[in-house]
Design a protein around this ligand. Structure first.
Ligand code: ADP
Ligand code: MG
Length: 289
């Protein structure tokens, strides 16, 4: 599908990034000294404990919030706040942690909302196939005529994902999109975003499932108390030592006996050592940005 009117997103490799950003509310610092960019062609997973600042970081990258300090930049070097909203809407889709739909719209109507940014453009011709493809990919076609508020949490999550996919964005910003999904739909959703990244899109996804992050992300960024503790490949970042410190719970990182895939699990045996108390984990493997 073509994207006339969208922004050039292949300028360099970065689509959007934050540089030295801080974000504070009522004098409380929620994010500090964070530098990170989402590249075309990658799935970047953001992980970290509750309250670490993951959703705040996603809000800054989406342009929904302005940083207290530092810069949020589009790939062509422009400040994100200077990018016209209509261009932004055609280029990036955001799935928030909680999706509220004001009226009792039918599912198909909610998914069609993803096409709104293309109204009046040549890409309007793609509306029907884009909506159909998105609904099929998330398996919400059989829910098409249901009223959104009557859906289960997982079904709502899949519809929110379908709306984002229907938008045919080049950048997807997803906040815990798999939180309410069963294993089948979690794997489908992550395989789908991985395929989009392979095709050249950029995907930032907040995840709690660290094994899923290991399996589907090209890079993983660990946020801890508003700071980036580590960024790198899953192999570099997802170590028992770092994760045990960041989550303040003993965590084991194992390898699948056949595939070698990283499997991350809380240590549950009685012999598990308590995590060491550290102010801020130091990343040994990954780079700072
Ligand atoms: P995460 O997504 O990693 O769980 P968030 O980015 O949602 O964390 O929030 C980070 C921290 O900032 C949390 O402790 C949260 O309570 C706090 N926070 C976020 N927004 C506000 C706000 N508007 N006022 C006060 N505290 C906030
Ligand atoms: Mg959050």
């Amino acid at each position: 599908m073509n994207r006339p009117g969208g922004l050039p997103t292949r300028v360099g490799n970065g689509i959007v990034g934050v540089r030295d950003v801080a974000y504070a509310v009522d004098g409380v610092t929620i994010l500090d000294q964070v530098t990170l960019q989402v590249n075309a062609g990658e799935v970047l997973a953001i992980v970290g404990p509750n309250g670490a600042g993951k959703s705040t970081l996603l809000g800054l990258l989406a342009g929904d919030m302005q940083p207290t300090a530092g810069h949020v930049e589009w790939g062509d070097g422009r400040a994100l706040k200077d990018v016209p909203l209509a261009d932004l809407a055609r280029t990036r889709a955001v799935v928030l942690q909680e999706t509220s739909v004001a009226f009792a719209f039918r599912v198909v109507e909610v998914v069609r909302m993803g096409r709104e940014p293309w109204r009046g453009t040549q890409a309007e011709d793609d509306d029907v196939p884009a909506v159909a493809t998105a609904m099929a990919a998330t398996q919400v076609d059989r829910l098409a005529q249901r009223r959104y508020p009557t859906l289960s949490g997982g079904e709502k999550g899949r519809v929110a994902m379908a709306r984002a996919l229907a938008q045919t964005p080049s950048l997807l910003l997803l906040d815990e999109p798999t939180a309410a999904l069963d294993i089948n739909h979690q794997e489908r959703a992550l395989a789908q975003v991985r395929a989009l990244a392979r095709a050249g899109d950029g995907v930032l996804v907040v995840l709690h499932d660290l094994s899923a992050a290991a399996a589907y992300a090209n890079r993983v960024a660990v946020l801890q108390a508003g700071r980036l503790a580590c960024v790198g490949t899953p192999e570099e970042v997802l170590t028992a030592e770092l994760l045990s410190e960041v989550y303040r719970h003993p965590i084991e990182v194992l390898r699948h006996p056949h595939t070698g895939a990283l499997l991350v699990s809380p240590a549950r045996g009685s012999g598990s050592a308590a995590p060491r108390e550290l102010a801020l984990a130091v990343c040994e493997g990954g780079s700072a940005t």
